[in-house]
Design a protein around this ligand. Structure first.
Ligand code: GLU
Length: 479
């Protein structure tokens, strides 16, 4: 069922990564869903950088996120907005909430909070803020202690249940009793220059932003489900229109545990470096938690056409490197040779191999791409055109045998003279085979070993034609 955009507002989605590292695959997937949903509805997609964790955020990481978004082709209509540039706005909203009684200052010291939790634990209770600074009719608050900088807390409703129809998980309800008055604004650090503004916490900044930015649909990881009741309550306190929420399950690694850095690559950038194509990544990420019938391969345009927020999986998907490699191989086959030439050139450059002839690279890509899963594998093949190879001793012993050496020598001499094309090389090869009563593999395999240091290649005449004649003759000189 297509979830109808609520109240006729035009669809606006966003992705809100924290710049504390590379763009994580899970975030890339929710970015893709948010982007596709906005595009499907002719709406807008916003990029917001949630950089309030000042100690862990970096400009380098912002750049990596922007680069990864660009590489994936997830174009945004607005942003990037930066939360740290919006501090004045959060303070303005906090003041309005304090005035309205939906937020209040709390002067508890860390020591007091520790003692509070200790006492709750001793009584076998769940630890939570006990509301000691929360104003209430008739309640007399202690005088504000000197020398303590207060935090601001949200006055969460004390009772009732928060319920929402999650676009992914269905109806979710959490009782207000379960959640306490969370901190929405922290004071500036001690010793900060006068006038420094305190930094809001995630659950508050995210609401102000989603409100100000007119966000209608929020797709994010399900680690945020426990945050959503607070956010819904804050939306209500602000009388702001509530977006719809869709919480996507985490991505599991091959071992069934949460995909994590310790157990392999988790960033979009790492897959770019490993030679995956962006359209393959998008296709694979899309399928990891969403389906359109049995379709495994689809274009961005098809995804946009099909992605209406339905058919999102409720349970975690497992990262499957073999399937990703298969998807990438399909896209490599389809990719234009000129494009692959440029990618191989870059890949070779990272190895210190200068390959200037793009036309040659394109011819080579056309020949080898069907055998490869990644651009890195393609470059592994093509590198031999620019760098000498070292055939394995056992391959030489097995294939360059006394029985074929005379024929190889004759062929080498003919190759010195034929027109340098795959057809002419093939004709010379066939003639020598006939003269020496050999079968194709008896000459083709030793040629492969000597020239490419591999025992299997595409058609050897086409492979040889990629090299300069002199290079082939030189690699055959040892026989
Ligand atoms: N900065 C949060 C994160 O990266 C955003 C969560 C959200 O989309 O609300 O997890």
């Amino acid at each position: 069922m297509k979830p109808a955009p609520r109240s006729g507002r035009s669809v606006r989605t966003r992705i809100a990564p924290s710049p504390t590292g590379f763009l994580h695959l899970g975030t890339a997937r929710t970015a893709l869903y948010s982007w596709a949903y906005a595009r499907h509805h002719g709406g807008q997609f916003v990029l917001r950088i949630e950089d309030t964790d000042v100690a862990r955020s970096s400009d380098e990481s912002v750049q990596q996120i922007l680069d990864a978004m660009h590489w994936l082709g997830l174009d945004y209509d607005e942003g990037p907005y930066f939360q740290m540039q919006r501090l004045a706005r959060y303070h303005e909203v906090v003041e309005q909430m304090i005035a309205a009684g939906t937020a209040y200052r709390c002067w508890c010291t860390p020591e007091e909070l520790d003692a509070m939790r200790e006492a709750q634990r001793a009584r076998g209770e769940k630890t939570r803020y006990d509301g000691r600074w929360r104003p209430a009719p008739g309640k007399v608050l202690p005088p504000a202690p000197a020398g303590v900088q207060p935090v601001v807390r949200f006055a969460n409703p004390g009772d009732g249940v928060v319920t929402w129809d999650d676009l992914v998980k269905g109806t979710i309800s959490i009782a207000n009793e379960e959640i306490d008055d969370l901190i929405i604004l922290r004071p500036p650090p001690e010793g900060a220059p006068p006038g420094t503004l305190g930094v809001p916490t995630y659950n508050f900044a995210v609401v102000v932003d989603d409100w100000d930015m007119g966000i209608t649909h929020v797709f994010r990881g399900d680690e945020h489900i426990n945050n959503t009741p607070w956010q819904i309550n804050i939306f209500a306190a602000l009388k702001a229109p509530l977006p719809e929420f869709g919480h996507c399950p985490i991505i599991l690694g091959e071992d069934g545990l949460k995909l994590s850095k310790r157990r392999g690559a988790v960033s979009v950038t790492a897959y770019q470096e490993m030679g995956y194509l962006p359209e393959a990544m998008l296709n694979y990420l899309a399928r990891l938690g969403w389906s359109h019938g049995d379709d495994e391969l689809f274009t961005r345009e098809q995804m946009v056409q099909w992605f209406d927020g339905s058919h999102l999986a409720k349970s975690p998907a497992q990262w499957d490197p073999a399937k990703l490699a298969w998807v990438n191989a399909q896209y490599l086959k389809k990719a234009g040779d000129e494009r692959l030439a440029a990618l191989v050139q870059q890949q070779l450059a990272t190895r210190g191999v200068v390959a200037g002839d793009l036309a040659l690279l394109a011819r080579a890509a056309a020949l080898f791409k069907d055998r490869c899963s990644t651009v890195v594998e393609l470059a592994d093949w093509i590198e031999m055109l620019f760098v000498g190879v070292r055939p394995r001793e056992e391959d030489l012993a097995a294939h360059v045998t006394p029985a074929v050496v005379p024929a190889l020598r004759v062929l080498r001499d003919r190759l010195a003279e034929v027109e340098w094309s795959a057809a002419a090389i093939g004709a010379a090869l066939k003639a020598v085979l006939a003269e020496h009563q050999l079968k194709m593999p008896q000459l083709a395999v030793p040629l492969r070993v000597l020239v490419t240091a591999r025992t299997q290649t595409p058609s050897i005449d086409a492979v040889l034609a990629l090299f300069p004649r002199e290079e082939v003759l030189s690699r055959l000189r040892s026989v």
